[in-house]
Ligand binder design. Sequence first.
Ligand code: BGC
Length: 267
Amino acid sequence: MENSLKGQKAIITGSSSGIGKGVALSLAAAGADIVINYAGSKEKAEEVASLASQFGGKVLVIKADVSDETEVKEMFSKTIQELGTVDILVNNAGLQKDAPFHEMTLDQWNKVIGINLTGQFLCAREAVNEFLRRGINPHISKALGKIICMSSVHQEIPWSEHVNYAASKGGIMLLMKSIAQGYAAKKIRINSICPGAIRTPINKDAWGTPDSLNKLMNLIPYKRIGEIEDIGKVAVWLASDQSDHINGTSIFVDGGMTLYPGFTTNG
Ligand code: BGC
């Protein structure tokens, strides 16, 4: 996969930490010029940028809240100004605001839907417009453009006490498929990655102590927590022409979490 993305320009939203960081580094390692987008810590975004720079491509750091239409538009125009175009969008930015359903506030609901779902709509819309404006460049890719949506096993597994998050991920599934259906003939490919439990700050409660990690293994038949590189490798493949006939699909990277592990010994 080395150099499989040479010459391509990628925006990875929410890439100052966690899965976004892993994806940004993997894309940079595959030869892409990348935009590290962040909303919170500039220092962390710059740390990722300096790691990514070692691979020799261009690296930009752009602050933007993906739920804000103006900031998203500015992020795309800055990218196009500096890098020329966008070939790959990784719609990754996401968060959790957990609460039992009957106690969930409208703020908690709106924040999660705003970043996780509306943010993916806003960024995908800008990316599609840029792909259509630029036109295809067969020396760069067989596709006009590629979008990867970071979903979750919770687009399929219901998640009590996280209904805002599960609803946002269920929404991403049909957002992604509907865009795929509409723009396939234009040669735009859009797919989702559905991570299970990956070792990142978002779920530190689930792996931070030996006890919690041990308990988590009850949910993962393959008996290991995922690492950000597990997601990065799939993202590189989905962004490259290696997966040119893959469109509108969801790839679960979850060690079997969606296999109903509670039924392993007869339920
Ligand atoms: C969530 C994590 C959780 C994992 C598996 C992810 O989408 O963000 O907090 O550990 O799903 O349940």
